[in-house]
Design a protein around this ligand. Structure first.
Ligand code: AKB
Length: 319
């Protein structure tokens, strides 16, 4: 039986990925681990949950040993805007945390999935249809840490044979668990505010195109990449994946089709605007399509319909 550890299990991706893996693999086989945030009742009651600190290697090793874990989905991270405000924490969690996970994986023979991000690119990268293999000179500490992470994962695969795999996630849009401290968080907030108040003040300016993806596709990417035939994978740890390229006004006009009196205005946050301007407008994800048959299910229209319906239901029937 497979034994999986999910770090960052109370976070935006982790809270949903843990439940999906429990559905696929059985509850007892998926160990959820969080740091400070308390798990909600569904996460806590659906299988094992432990508090760990990825910057403390022993806390990871103990769980891997105790449960005989064979695969680690390492999702604990500090996102771009938060890391800019707390460099030490950003580096500690995003680089040293991953290093600890890789060391444990090497010792106990685990496979490792780690998300990288569009943040590994920077202003000197071609920002339209950004190629898989191109200039990586990020100008954020989050991006620098993620580049180091991609290289560390490649190194552990080449040097020690650790089965490391990862994707460069774009902005992830979901309604179950909020993101925290990211530059792309507006694309989640806009939907909640549209349903609640029919208006949203956006901190990025009109015309700021970024790659985005709906959470069901992000989960599918993680699971499918980990199940992919290793013989086909050339870019193990750094696959561009995207589902749409969107700007605040393109999301707003999709929302207006369903909520006609929705209105957007703008109050720019210079920190997050500068970060967004340094990231691709749209990425080329053909390597993922070729090497492990990546294909997203949701475009902007399908995602908008689904998320508005789900948020409306949630707000009508709060549990
Ligand atoms: C962020 O905005 O920091 C993240 C990311 C693109 O990695 N959502």
């Amino acid at each position: 039986m497979k034994k999986v550890l999910v770090t960052g299990a109370t976070g935006q991706i982790g809270s949903e990925l843990t439940l999906l893996l429990r559905e696929n693999l059985g509850s007892a086989g998926v160990i959820a681990a969080g740091h400070i945030k308390k798990p909600d009742s569904v996460l806590r009651e659906s299988g094992p949950f432990h508090y760990i600190d990825c910057t403390q290697i022993d806390t990871i090793a103990e769980l891997v040993k105790k449960y005989k874990v064979d695969t680690i989905y390492h999702l604990a991270a500090v996102l771009s805007a938060s890391a800019e405000k707390n460099l030490q924490l950003g580096w500690q969690v995003n680089v040293n945390g991953l290093y600890n996970v890789l060391e444990v994986a090497r010792e106990y023979g685990c496979a490792v999935f780690t998300p990288s991000s569009v943040a590994i690119f920077g202003p000197s990268t071609p920002l339209q249809n950004t190629p898989q293999d191109t200039v990586q000179r990020p100008t954020t500490i989050y991006g620098v840490a993620k580049v180091a992470g991609e290289l560390l994962c490649d190194y552990y695969f080449k040097r020690f044979g650790v089965d490391t795999r990862g994707v460069r996630y774009p902005g992830l849009i979901s309604y179950k668990t909020p993101p925290g401290g990211g530059t792309t968080d507006y694309a989640v907030e806009i939907y909640f505010e549209a349903v609640r108040n029919k208006r949203y003040t956006c901190y990025l300016k009109e015309g700021t195109y970024l790659d985005m993806m709906y959470m069901p596709d992000a989960l599918k990417a993680a699971v499918e990449l980990m199940e992919a035939d290793p013989g086909r994978l050339k870019h193990r740890n750094a696959f561009n994946v995207t589902a749409m390229s969107a700007a605040p006004e393109t999301i707003a006009s999709e929302i207006k089709k369903l909520i006609p009196d929705f209105a957007i205005d703008y109050q720019i946050d210079p920190l997050r605007q500068a970060i967004a301007d340094s990231w691709p407008d749209s990425m080329d994800d053909s390597a993922s399509r070729q090497e492990w048959d990546w294909k997203p299910e949701y475009d902007l229209q399908a995602m908008t319909r689904d998320i508005i319906q789900n948020i409306s239901q949630m707000l009508e029937n709060p549990s």
